[in-house]
Design a binder for this molecule. Structure first.
Ligand code: R5P
Length: 299
């Protein structure tokens, strides 16, 4: 197998190649003065290629580079073309929330599948709906071991795992099972008239004095986590840890998190955007991704 890093590879390619005992290559890349992307692969003799990319920042360019690459490799007769996109953009637009909206998440998956991509490995993918619809293509890797080990080594007991809404409960349940711990799901209540969001813990639960760990898939503006953190602070919790796979950290999100009472935010190396801050820690998910690729492809 050849592991080929596309320009947006967030730094997983070489490590993956090592773990998979595969060859690694970068792809020659430049941007023309008018903004178009140019890519050139080395001559490939392998019958299996794993592309490595991410899609933040610059979602549109990196996705286009994926389409171009899959098309080229397929047209060269390579049958087993795979990709690892630990963060795949547009996964939140997975249905027509309003009629005639573009379902971007579905469009991207249809395009890569029809171009010849056989498997697409993603990390902590947002949409259960698309995971079901594209179950032949998508392999979703939940970073249970990476996060689980971090919690064992870094967070003082007693602590409680918290799912910020029903949508997050599956990923929290798996982590809780790995750690042999309980978890709680916070109920999100939206006022239909004002649109304001409130949160609610199970009635009989007292979190006063506990450390809490909020688990989610994406931090974009930081609004969701900040709102939950403020609510938990009002309930008297001690320290708040946030474990989120994809740290997009848009705008003043970090200030929002700090002001809301978050003590530490832990994210994975799934995007190319990196912050330097004592509030943020990065974990390397390469080994967990490699392990899942091996399980899927080497039966
Ligand atoms: C929403 O359902 C997602 O799981 C994240 O909670 C959300 O995308 C985070 O966005 P933001 O940081 O802008 O609140």
């Amino acid at each position: 197998m050849l592991v080929a890093s596309l320009p947006s590879d967030p730094g997983l390619g070489r490590g993956l190649a090592r773990s998979l005992q595969a060859r690694h290559s970068d792809v020659t890349y430049k941007v023309f003065p008018d903004g178009e992307s140019y890519l050139r692969f080395p001559e490939i003799i392998d019958d299996e290629v794993m592309l490595v990319l991410t899609s933040y920042p610059d979602q549109n360019r990196s996705l286009l580079e994926l389409f171009f690459s899959v098309e080229l490799l397929s047209s060269k007769g390579i049958e087993r073309v795979y990709a690892v996109a630990p963060y795949l953009a547009y996964s939140r637009q997975d249905k027509e929330f309003l009629s005639w909206e573009i379902v971007s998440g579905r469009a991207i998956l249809k395009i890569v599948r029809s171009a010849g991509l056989k498997k697409l490995f993603v990390v902590d993918f947002h949409s259960e709906k698309l995971l079901e619809e594209f179950s032949d293509l998508l392999i979703n890797i939940l970073p249970v071991k990476t996060f689980g080990r971090y919690l064992r080594e870094n967070v003082e007991e007693p602590y409680i795992l918290v799912a910020p809404d029903i949508g997050a409960s599956k990923r929290v349940k798996l982590l809780a099972e790995f750690l042999n711990k309980d978890y709680v799901v916070i109920r999100k209540i939206r006022d239909r008239v004002t649109g304001e969001v409130a949160h609610e813990l199970p009635e009989d639960l007292n979190v006063r004095g506990f450390n809490v760990v909020i688990i989610d898939d994406i931090i974009s503006t930081g609004g969701t986590i900040a709102s939950i953190a403020r609510y938990l602070v009002s309930k008297g919790v001690h320290k708040i840890y946030v474990l989120v796979s994809h740290g997009l950290f848009v705008g003043d999100s970090l200030d929002k998190l700090r002001a809301s009472g978050v003590s530490k935010t832990v994210v994975l190396n799934t995007v190319k955007h990196r912050l330097t801050s004592n509030l943020v820690e990065y974990l390397d998910v390469t080994d967990e991704v490699a392990e899942n690729i091996r399980k899927t492809l080497i039966k």
